[in-house]
Design a protein. Structure first.
Length: 555
């Protein structure tokens, strides 16, 4: 097959011997004139692909270098056409990626021990950092990766990450106002709002990429266990993974769900607080609010801080773990996995013992640190046009345990000083008194260890006691509606019988008056959270007669 480079018109023969791989949509050929390039020829070329490639060629992201096998983005460098009068575009030239493997080979413990046993947790953190940097680079240029998956990211022995199959990106042509969509997706990385959608009819956004990026980072840091995998505790058969993603059943979230972490899953507190918070923002908050998912630059800052905090175990220098942990999690995990070390010691690797299970000897003295691997983790690639902020420094000292109590007392104190605010209940007074006493003791004995914010909160808490006479506000309000101190001016005086109605002038809704009285709440035979049945007395209140519509809520 004779093909022509469109940039210079040079003809090249792609002989059968140059063909070395085949995918679902294209063939890959060695480029005879330059061993650093590869030709990708489509099986079914069309005009739409050609137009999309021309847009990509005209606006490459920063860092899409084409000169070596260490390119971070396998970006098109030239178009290829058949040697015919019409010259239809059939493919493109891209950088060759050498000495790299898919991410799944390094985050899966068994495969990692066989193929790259010296790939420590430091390399995994650096790989995650470099992957986030790549996504940030793509987004900065206005592209959307769309089909994020582990096979599209290749990693070298020094943790350099390369993004391939870039011609599947969603590309926007600003001049023509046209969007070239990505027609495919991988279920494990697809956010819940795209479940069941036809990708050929959907414009992807950066928020969709953020979900896939968070899944990739989790897989790298948590030994390849998918963030929505776990043990099913509900009734019936366990739902498949895509249904768990659609339902938001993240087993490490703050809300109870029928999926709990599996017995061999790494604990959530292995992750530094910053990384864990970003994870929950993506999989918990982002389930209903996709825009709240962390951006790639936020992941970069948290992962860089994690990388800088890493420390090595005294008994195995390949046991590298985050600095907030007090003991080595990999020693404990080796015992839990019946002696199969996820990060074998250098001496075991040199002796070929890293594939066999071993029983750690706790009484054996620590061995001297062996030589470090020849390849060090690559520094994170920093794209030129994207401003990089300095890494935040997180305090090493243990957080003060009394700050929450002092801050709570401060909040109550400020609330007590608001004119017209209701008086607190007696038990709130008692709790506040305890908080004040604790804050006073800590301030007197450990003032040097308290942050300024905590001491200021303790001082503000005095407002609660001296702000106003709280007991004077605890008189009975009769048949006053609950929350009447904050109700709108259009609410009339409370009605005197069941069924009195009013109209909300803002949204036109009808409200019904419910007088004060007692009722039986809960059930002795129902669910555990409804037991026991007990008498509850409520003040009178207004309630909407029908459910609130979306339009009413917005008003």
């Amino acid at each position: 097959m004779r093909v022509r480079r469109l940039s210079d018109g040079r003809l090249t023969e792609l002989a059968p011997g140059t063909h070395f791989a085949e995918g679902g949509e294209a063939h890959l050929y060695n480029w005879p004139h330059d061993p650093s390039l590869v030709a990708k020829v489509y099986k079914q070329p069309d005009v739409t692909r050609a137009d999309k490639l021309r847009v990509m060629l005209s606006a490459p992201p920063d860092g899409a270098d084409a000169g070596s096998g260490r390119a971070r983005l396998a970006w098109p460098v030239d178009l290829l056409a058949l040697d015919r009068p019409a010259k239809p575009v059939i493919g493109f030239l891209m950088p060759r990626v050498v000495s790299a493997r898919p991410l799944i080979d390094v985050y899966t413990p068994g495969t990692r021990r066989k193929l790259c046993p010296g790939f420590t947790y430091r390399y995994l953190v650096t790989s995650a950092l470099n992957a986030a940097t790549l996504i940030q680079t793509v987004h900065a240029r206005g592209y959307v990766v769309a089909d994020i998956r582990e096979s599209n990211l290749l990693v070298s022995d020094d943790a350099t990450v390369t993004l391939v199959d870039v011609d599947s990106f969603q590309v926007t042509d600003p001049a023509a106002g046209r969007v070239y969509r990505c027609p495919v997706g991988t279920p494990e990385y697809t956010p819940p709002e795209l479940r069941g959608r036809d990708f050929e009819q959907v414009d992807r956004t950066e928020a969709h990429d953020r979900f896939g990026l968070a899944v990739l980072i989790w897989l790298l840091l948590m030994e390849g266990v998918h963030p929505f995998d776990g043990r099913h505790t509900g009734s019936g058969e366990a739902p498949p993974r895509d249904e768990r993603i659609a339902a938001g059943h993240f087993p490490h979230g703050v809300r109870k769900c029928p999926i709990v972490p599996g017995p061999l899953a790494l604990p959530f507190d292995l992750l530094p607080a910053e990384v864990g918070a970003l994870t929950r923002r993506c999989f918990v908050d982002g389930h209903h609010l996709p825009g709240s998912r962390p951006a790639a630059e936020e992941w970069r800052a948290a992962l860089r801080a994690c990388e800088q905090s890493l420390k090595a175990c005294s008994s195995n220098t390949n046991h590298v773990y985050p600095g907030h942990l007090r003991s080595c999690p990999w020693c404990e995990r080796t015992t839990k996995l019946a002696g199969r070390d996820p990060f074998p010691a250098p001496a075991d690797i040199r002796a070929g013992r890293h594939l066999a299970a071993r029983t750690p000897a706790p009484t054996r003295p620590p061995t001297p640190a062996p030589p470090r691997p020849p390849a060090a983790p690559a520094s994170p690639y920093v794209p030129a046009p994207v401003p990089v902020q300095a890494s935040p420094r997180f305090p090493v000292a243990r957080p003060n345990r009394f700050a929450p109590a002092a801050c709570t007392a401060a909040a109550l104190g400020v609330a007590a000083c608001i004119p017209g605010a209701p008086a607190p209940a007696p038990y709130i007074l008692a709790l506040t008194a305890v908080a004040l006493a604790v804050a006073a003791v800590v301030t007197a004995g450990h003032a040097a260890r308290l942050s300024r914010a905590a001491m200021a909160a303790a001082a503000l808490s005095a407002l609660f006691v001296f702000g106003r006479p709280v007991w004077s506000a605890m008189t009975t309000q009769g048949d006053r509606p609950a929350g009447a101190q904050a109700q709108s001016s259009w609410l009339p005086a409370p009605g005197k019988k069941v069924g009195d109605t009013i109209r909300n002038p803002r949204d036109g809704a009808t409200l019904v008056w419910v007088p004060a009285g007692a009722f039986t709440m809960g059930s002795d035979s129902g669910d555990s959270d409804a037991q026991p049945a007990r008498k509850v007395t409520l003040s009178g209140y207004w309630i909407y007669k029908t459910e609130v519509t979306v339009a009413q809520y917005r008003k």
